[in-house]
Design a protein around this ligand. Structure first.
Ligand code: PLP
Length: 553
């Protein structure tokens, strides 16, 4: 039997402590209400005046997306594309089932004004103010999901429905950080979280990363040698991690790294903030192989339950003290428009996050909670896992295609990092870039040419993080001039060429002053392969390669 969480209340921020007393006065009445109490307290509109009589939706079956590219399990939804050749093949197999008119691909759900059965949502409740922890049926689903999938390492963990990971991070800062504090981050980190910290007057302190993610050795060294007077800040007590398919680098922490990082957190009394939107997009390593080989390989994969078991465990799994605050989001698994997610944390942190929510956004949207909650209930746990696995298969294809296309346009030397060189016999004319010789790869990059760019072949998530070199520009410019030149010319030039990346500088964990002390000879571009179809990815990589080769020539 796992232990309970330990007392970590010394981590609460000044604002969390200030807010607590007001909340406790109001919540006293709720705890002491008799069943026949006449409620003249809350400012809730009368439920009979809500204009919606019912809410209904048609939704896809959980096995809509085939698990392997050649064999479609059931059906295809209406998509803006058919994922190129493989999608065409899949839709060929399923065309008789994919006609929306016959209703074969869709199920329906309906939510009535007053619930018919225990455990249903009802319009009269979901349209009102709901408990800050979430509407009861969704809260129940969330707890069950966390206990089956993440299995926290302590016994009294608790959950809280929220409005997505971006806002969850703001709430965590509010509850666990005070202005003037610091927070450890990866040296390249999600731009919105960095911006949020800076606006809260919380300083991000970057820790080195390598192809395996945050370097525990560097974190430990920084903590051990922390000098408050030099750093202008007491030793940070927070560590932000996006452990799977990190945004922007696409890197995934292994279980061993997580264990090592957790041990450091215990030793130095850190709270780990686990922001993990890409958890269910764990693909495994990229291998350059034919579509046929991939199809055979992917078809042989384990069943749904085994797949869930095979995922790198969450930090929660290693947490035996309640020092991990994890947030999940439905943004990447259902859709960002629903603005819905949930926390998992110790009862103490969950209580303060709930007070913070109650004091601000109040609750997640009742409409979202009910629609998503009913969908999840209809699918059931196994159905949702099957849905996640189907999505993961589609995004894995897009990852594979993107790296395949990069191979077609560049001479790529593979190790844990892929380094891209120009093909020796590559010709650029007015309109086209021709690779004349594909076969001479060894000789080609052995010829002393500089690498153009490199990247870690993502094993998860939605991103490739391209590190573009500009050694030759540094000869004629100072580092900061070269950097400005690059940010202007490279990223905007690509935009003019018809392909949009997110420029790397927005993810910079270091401050401007720190950056100016470093002579970088590279710039980063974040490439997101999630949204584009097979043909768009091909076109995007072609435009990128044409531009890059001309840029360096
Ligand atoms: C690391 C990370 N955190 C948070 C978010 C925002 O998630 P949500 O839509 O749940 O607010 C994103 C979205 O891209 C993300 O990549």
């Amino acid at each position: 039997m796992a232990n309970k969480s330990i007392d970590l209340k010394h981590h609460l921020s000044q604002s969390a402590l200030r807010r607590q007393s007001v909340y406790e006065t109001i919540s006293y009445s709720r705890g002491n209400a008799s069943p026949n109490l006449v409620n003249l307290d809350s400012g809730v509109p009368a439920s009979e005046y809500f204009p919606f009589e019912t809410l209904s939706s048609e939704f896809l079956k959980p096995d809509t997306f085939p698990l392997d590219p050649n064999i479609s399990s059931v059906s295809q939804p209406s998509t803006k594309e058919n994922d190129g050749f493989l999608g065409w093949l899949a839709s060929f197999f399923t065309s008789s089932l994919s006609n929306k008119e016959d209703g074969a691909t869709l199920d329906t759900l309906k939510i009535a004004r007053y619930k018919q059965r225990e455990g249903d949502f009802e319009v009269s409740t979901l349209m009102g103010y709901s408990p800050p922890a979430g509407l009861a049926p969704l809260e129940t689903w969330v707890k069950d999901f966390v206990s089956k999938v993440y299995r926290p390492g302590y016994s009294d963990w608790a959950t809280l429905v929220d409005i997505g990971a971006g806002d969850a991070f703001a709430k965590v800062l509010d509850v666990l950080a005070s202005p003037g504090d610091g927070c450890f981050v990866d040296e390249w980190s999600y731009n919105h979280s960095l911006a949020r910290m800076r606006s809260f007057k919380v300083t991000p302190f970057p820790v080195k990363i390598d192809a395996g993610g945050l370097d525990p050795g560097d974190l430990e060294t920084i903590l051990r040698n922390w000098d408050e007077s030099k750093r202008g800040c007491s030793r940070p007590r927070l560590l932000l991690q996006v452990p799977v398919g990190q945004n922007p680098t696409g890197i995934t922490l292994s279980a061993e790294r997580k264990r090592a990082i957790y041990a450091i957190a215990v030793q130095y009394d850190l709270i780990i903030i686990e922001d993990d939107p890409y958890y269910f997009q764990q693909f495994g390593a990229y291998v350059r192989e034919s579509t046929e080989v991939r199809a055979l390989k992917y078809a042989k994969e384990s069943n749904d339950r085994e797949w869930i078991e095979s995922l790198v465990p969450s930090f929660l799994r290693f947490d035996h003290q309640g020092r991990v605050v994890r947030f999940d989001t439905f943004s990447k698994t259902i859709g960002p428009g629903c603005r819905l997610g949930f926390f998992t944390a110790s009862p103490l942190f969950r209580k303060h996050l709930m007070i913070c929510q109650n004091n601000g956004t109040l609750q997640a949207s009742g409409l979202s909670q009910a629609l998503v909650g009913t969908l999840l209930k209809e699918w059931g746990f196994d159905g949702y896992v099957r849905w996640l696995r189907g999505l993961r298969g589609r995004y894995r294809l897009r990852r594979d295609w993107t790296i395949d296309f990069l191979h077609e346009r560049f001479n790529i030397k593979q190790s844990s990092i892929f380094v891209a060189y120009k093909y020796k016999k590559l010709v650029v004319d007015e309109k086209h870039l021709h690779v004349v010789d594909h076969h001479d790869e060894k000789e080609d990059h052995g010829g002393g040419t500089n690498p153009l760019f490199e990247f870690v072949p993502a094993t998860s998530g939605m991103f490739l993080w391209l590190k573009v070199y500009y050694h030759h520009l540094v000869e004629t410019r100072s580092p900061s001039e070269a950097r400005t030149f690059l940010s202007d010319r490279l990223w905007k030039g690509l935009l003019d060429s018809g392909v949009l990346f997110r420029p790397g500088f927005v993810f910079q964990g270091r401050s401007e002053e720190e950056r100016d002390q470093v002579d970088d000879t590279f710039a980063f571009l974040r490439m997101c392969y999630a949204m584009a179809t097979h043909d768009e990815l091909k076109k995007g990589v072609e435009r990128f390669s044409k531009f890059i080769v001309e840029f360096f020539d």
